[in-house]
Design a protein around this ligand. Sequence first.
Ligand code: AMP
Ligand code: ZN
Length: 458
Amino acid sequence: MLQLYNTLTRMKEPFTPLKPGEVSLYTCGPTVYNYAHIGNLRTYIFEDLLKRVLSSNEYRIKHVMNITDVGHLTSDADEGEDKMEKGAAREHKTVWEVAEFYTKEFKNNLADLNISEPDVWCKATDHIKEQVAWVQKLEEKGFTYITSDGVYFDTNKLPNYGKLTGQKLSELKEGARVEKNSEKRNPTDFALWKFSPKGSKRQMEWESPWGKGFPGWHLECSVMARKYLGETIDIHCGGIDHIPVHHTNEIAQVEAVTGKPFVRIWMHGAFLEMDKTKMAKSGENFITLQTLKDKKIQPLSYRYFCLGTHYRKRLNFSWEALEAAQNGYENLCALTAGLGEPKIGCAEFEKKFTDAVNDDLNMPKALGVVWDMLKSSNPPHAKKASLLKFDEVLGLNLKDAKPIEVPDDVRKLMEQREELRKQKKWDESDQLRDEIADKGFRVEDTPAGTIVKQRRRV
Ligand code: AMP
Ligand code: ZN
C-alpha cells in the first residue's frame, strides 16, 4: 500500500484519495522572471516521481500547476519589488514578453527531464477576477483590513493559523521578518491585494474595489487550486521553503472562506544545495539545465542524480557527484540496450521495487533494486522486461537506450580481452583496454557485466 509523508501531520500515512481511484494534485509552479535553476528542477522531478508512483498504483490524476507571472515580491514580507517587473527592467522587455519567454524555457526544461506536463496550466494574470472575488469573500467574513499599501489578511482572526509549521502563532510572529510596514497588525499578516505604488506606473495592474493594484502571490494558488480541483484537494506540493509562508497563507485564505480543510496531504521537497547553501535564483550558485548541457551532462543524468537521494533529504550538488551519476546512468543505458527483447519480468525484484517506491517514494532504495536485479542471474529477457516496467516510474527513457555501434576490429579486441580476463591475465587485458581506448572506445567492468562506451570528448 502506498504511504506518503504528510507535512501537516508530520507522519507517513497510508494514501487514500477523497474520490476512489482519482487524485487531485496541485503543485506550485515557477515564477517566470528568469530560468529555473537545477534546485527548482529537483522539486519538479520529485513531483513527477510522485505522479508516476500514483499512476503505478493505478490512480488517475488531475494535476494543476500555476505559472506565477505577477505579484511575487523579492521579499516574503510583502515588500520589495515584484520579481516580474524587476526581470523586465533587467532585460529591457515588457513583463508579458519576459513571462512568455521563461514559461517556454521552463516547459523545455520539463521535456528535457522527461517530466510530464500538468493537465491544467494556469496563469495568475488570467485569474484576476477570481482573485478579487476571493478577497471580497474574505472581507465579508471579516478577515481583512486595509493599510496605505494594500488589503491584508489578519492572521490573528484564524484559529489554527500556521498549523502546517507545527508552530504556535506567537512563535511564528517572533520568527516573521521585521518590516518597515508598521501598519500591519501582526508580523505574520500578509497582502491579499497590493496597491500600485504612488508616482510610479506598473506594467501589470488592475482595477479593484479597493484601488488599482495587483494580487498577492499566495492568493493565486489558493484561488486556482480551488477553481480547478474543488474545495478540498488530495495532494499539494512544493519546496520546503514554502511551508512557513506561502503554503501557510494559502491554507489560511481558503479555510477562512470554506471552513473545510484545503489540502489533505502536503508534500515538500528538500533543497538542492551547493557548499551547504540553498541554490537560489538570486545567489551566485545559480546553475541551469543549459549550464549542464554546455558541460556535456545530459539532462537525464541530472534526473538520475536526483533519484539517488530521497526527496526529503538535502542533496548536495558537486560536479564530481554529477559526473559519477552520469557514468552510472550511461552504464544503466548500455546494459539495458544489451539485454535484447523483453519477456516475463523478475517477480521477486518487481515486488521489492514496488515496495520501495510505495514507501514514500524511496527512490535510492528502488535504484538499489534495479542494480541488484542487473547483477542477478536472471535471464536477460526477464531483466529487460522488469527494467522497462521500473522505468515507467523512474522516467529515465530506458526503452530508447540503444546499443552503441562498435566496429568489428574493436569487437574482436573486446572478445580477446574477455578471454584474457577469464585467464586472469590482467596486464595483457589492460593493454587491450588501452588499444580499445586508442580507437575511441572505453570498456568498463561492472558487477553487472562489461560495458563498452564511446570515449568522452572533453
Ligand atoms: P520559484 O520559481 O522560485 O517560485 O520556485 C519554484 C519551486 O522550486 C518551488 O517549489 C520552490 O520551493 C522550489 N525551490 C526553490 N529553491 C530550491 C532549491 N534550492 N532546491 C529545491 N527546490 C527549490
Ligand atoms: Zn503556490
